[in-house]
Design a protein around this ligand. Structure first.
Ligand code: HEC
Length: 132
């Protein structure tokens, strides 16, 4: 092979895999960072908790839930014991409040709350998960 050709050929073998390795490593870091942030405990502020509490009291929640005893739905302090206050749990429980569903605490379904915004549902979850 001619000398002038060797350089680009070597460059292809050395630099290209190096570049793509760098990109994979970067991607992995992003995924790791995302996982870490969704698993991190996020302590709610007192203001967020009282806002969430007001929303829970205004809605129909207390018709089926009590703070410390099971009614139709699980006691809120048991919900708080089950779920650490992570971003992932805020998302998941807010989604469950909006869409409704069953099977986690028993066969009785929670009614959906379709008119609730994701933001308000998350505030409610902040309040509930502070009750342990
Ligand atoms: C009609 C009765 C009813 C109403 C009204 C109700 N819930 Fe529930 N809720 C339930 C039941 C039943 C469950 C258990 C569902 C299950 O086992 O998956 C539940 C579960 C939950 C859970 C735990 C979900 C899980 O997957 O672990 C949260 C949080 C919750 N409710 C919050 C609320 C909030 C906030 C409101 C008011 C916006 C509300 N609920 C209104 C009956 C109700």
């Amino acid at each position: 092979m001619k000398k002038e050709l060797m350089i680009p050929v070597i460059a292809c073998f050395v630099i290209l895999p190096g570049l793509s390795f760098g990109q994979t490593a970067k991607k992995k870091n992003v995924i790791a960072a995302k996982t870490a942030s969704s698993a991190k405990i996020i302590a709610a502020t007192t203001a967020e908790i009282s806002e969430g509490k007001a929303l829970v009291m205004q809605s129909d929640c207390m018709a089926c839930h009590k703070i410390d005893t099971k009614l139709v739905g699980p006691a809120y302090n048991n919900v708080a014991k089950k779920y650490p206050a992570t971003a992932a749990n805020y998302e998941e429980l807010a989604d469950k409040i909006i869409k409704g569903g069953s099977g986690v605490w028993g066969p009785i379904p929670m009614a959906p709350h379709a008119s609730l915004s994701a933001d308000d549902a998350k505030k409610m979850v902040r309040y509930i998960l502070s009750l342990h």
